[in-house]
Design a protein around this ligand. Structure first.
Ligand code: ZN
Length: 270
């Protein structure tokens, strides 16, 4: 038995004994679907300054100053989000839920891929790019990812200019009050969504899968420590260095898309 098998078996053994596991997903999980992580080389924050573009006010002023550059970045982002498909890691989490092992997925990703993989109980700490919220009445509306992006790209290509006045015409309108809607995502400086619910789920679980997250974005990064304090076993799957070494019970230094399906197989064979 090699090191890979040993760690996969150890994780499978722990998970097979619980019906109250939770998963805590970072950007690494969706990076395997081609959505580049914001902090990676080549990621979006190398091309724009997060303090400028990561806030809604900053985004509008960057757009006013350099519309061509911002629209190119926006277009590239749309393409990445359009092409992305859920990967074996997302699907293995949905399997673990159907097997009655995984109670909750807590994700920091905004791409809707975990929903599309078939998970039912998801807490999206940073919101969802394909759920709009009305700026006036706060009503929310879910959009279909691919058709929405396809339409948006078409409209974008037909725009005469990138002035704020033209861009506003792109925004979806609220069915109830007619006001502009924006994506229901957390931007820099805004409160994380569902934080109490996420920490409750982290505190209640018996096993926490910590997946593709480096542990540098607070307050989310404190969640595995909270789970450990409440007695959970911690399984970390991440090919990269991360901040959870001292609380890790089982460590798999590999991609979630290879480790999780292997763990699911192992549990099914038991
Ligand atoms: Zn409204």
């Amino acid at each position: 038995m090699d090191a890979f098998d040993r760690e996969i078996s150890a994780a499978a053994e722990i998970l097979a004994l619980t019906r109250k596991a939770a998963a805590f997903c970072g950007s690494g999980v969706s990076a395997e679907s081609g959505i580049s992580t914001f902090r990676d080389p080549g990621g979006i924050w190398e091309r724009i300054d997060p303090m400028e573009a990561g806030t809604s006010g900053g985004l509008l002023s960057s757009l006013a100053k350099n519309p061509e550059k911002m629209m190119k970045i926006f277009y590239d982002l749309l393409e990445a989000f359009e092409k992305a498909e859920c990967n074996p890691g997302h699907r293995a989490l949905a399997d673990l839920e159907k097997m009655g092992i995984l109670a909750t997925v807590i994700t920091q990703n905004i791409d809707n891929l975990q929903n599309e993989a078939g998970s039912d109980n998801i807490i999206e700490m940073h919101g969802n790019l394909f759920r709009m919220v009305c700026l006036s009445c706060r009503r929310k509306k879910k959009l279909d990812r691919k058709p929405f992006i396809r339409d948006l790209k078409l409209t974008l290509n037909n725009l005469k200019d990138y002035s704020l006045a033209s861009l506003v015409t792109l925004a979806p309108r609220c069915d109830t009050c007619g006001s502009i809607m924006r994506p229901d995502v957390v931007m820099f400086g805004e409160a994380v969504q569902d934080l109490p619910r996420a920490f409750e789920a982290g505190g209640e679980c018996e096993v926490l899968l910590v997946l593709g997250t480096s542990g540098v974005v607070y307050p989310a990064a404190d969640l595995p420590f909270e789970a450990k304090r409440k007695g959970a076993d911690i399984i970390v799957i991440n090919p990269r260095e991360n901040a959870f070494e001292e609380i890790t019970d089982v460590y798999l230094p590999m991609k979630t898309g290879s480790a999780l399906p292997a763990i699911v197989d192992k549990i099914k064979k038991k």
